[in-house]
Design a protein around this ligand. Sequence first.
Ligand code: SAM
Length: 450
Amino acid sequence: MRFDLISIFPDYFAPLRLSLMGKAEDAGLVQLHAHDLRDWATGKHRSVDDTPYGGGAGMVMRADVWARALDDVLSVPLAARGAEDAPASPRRVVAIPTPSGTPLTQPRVEDLARADQIIVACGRYEGIDARVAEHYHGVGVEVVEFSIGDYVLNGGEVAAMVLTEAVARLLDGFMGNPDSLVEESHSGAGLLEYPVFTKPREFRSIEIPEVLLGGNHAAIERWRRDRAIEKTVRVRPDLALSLDASSLTPEDRATLAHCGVAYPQAGAAERLDVRLAGLEDVVAVSELAARTFPDACPENLPQEAIDDHIARQLNPDVFDALISDPERHRVFVAEVWGGLVGYVLTHVGPDALPSELVRPGRVEDGSAYLSKCYVDQAWRGSGIADVLLERAVADAAELGHTAVVLGTNRGNKAAQAFYKRHGFRKRSTRTFDVGGVRNDDVVMVRDLTA
Ligand code: SAM
């Protein structure tokens, strides 16, 4: 990879040769060429700038001077060691740093690392005559106008060094340990990196997180991933909403949802709010309940039985009564920009349990009863159900319950696995009536005293 950095201050680039970049140059991995733009200027003063057309403050860099420089540098042969190394049709990129360019991101840098030559045209003053980019773009040269951040520097040299280092370190053989590139911020799914620690074990009363000392690699990996997700949502919510969804595991999605970001099965991520339902939610929750209930029914259940259950048990009056009585019924809803997409209903208080579970020994006294936990089809697997369930469980614990009990259809293994992941254990069975049809449920309990 050849870098040509053109500036009126070419000495700026000397520090680039320090450290790994110098080694990479010695090894022939990169070629660094710093050029003085004034070598292409003419006249007694070798001037590179002039006053702006249309008036205004400052000076503008001349297109003719830049064009002579770029024409020359764009035509240099690209053989690293002898002509036989030269790519047949090299990819040459003219990169123009400017605060009005597109942000330089890791995906952009990864793409540029596949070029054969990057020429950086460093502006000064008010920047470079706009016809330079227009001309080279027009004649088919790949022109990238990039910004390294939303602030203004005096010149493009620092931006050129940023680009050069970010690109060069991705080249095969540049890093001593290429694994260092794998888990970095902005790599993979696009998360920021998790916090890192080294010796001493205690620093000014701050300890190393316990999990990092235990040697359980799976637990360490999970902990790091969760911290990376939390940090990304907190520090860069813009990035958290535009991760590579295909590389997110169900656990990642659950953590994201806990942090208030939900990824649907298809389409864009959204901010997620999980809150106690109010009376204004009655109609939306009953509609949500009606459209989600059938998905959880066993296949042998007749449609009329399902319809009957929805009409009698999931109508707005029922939810009005539930939401109006938060001392006994707790309805939490999950809301994204498009509306309600999930809800959980728990019965709390001294008479929370349905009669069939009250029989001595079936479940603990003082249990809350988790009656429903449903999420819209499009949002399944987004972690919303995990957040709703944990919210309901935490709520029951806060209200003084010692356990949470639920019944789920015996044939619904996915639901049982879901509850098991959340600490519920099978305790017994019961029968459950849906529209007059008998269903067999597994009763599961989560102990809150442990
Ligand atoms: N008048 C320009 C504007 O408002 O967009 C700013 C010109 S700036 C003073 C001079 C040069 O610094 C630019 O031509 C560019 O090369 C460089 N520069 C300044 N800020 C930059 C940034 N955030 N990213 C990349 N290059 C920058």
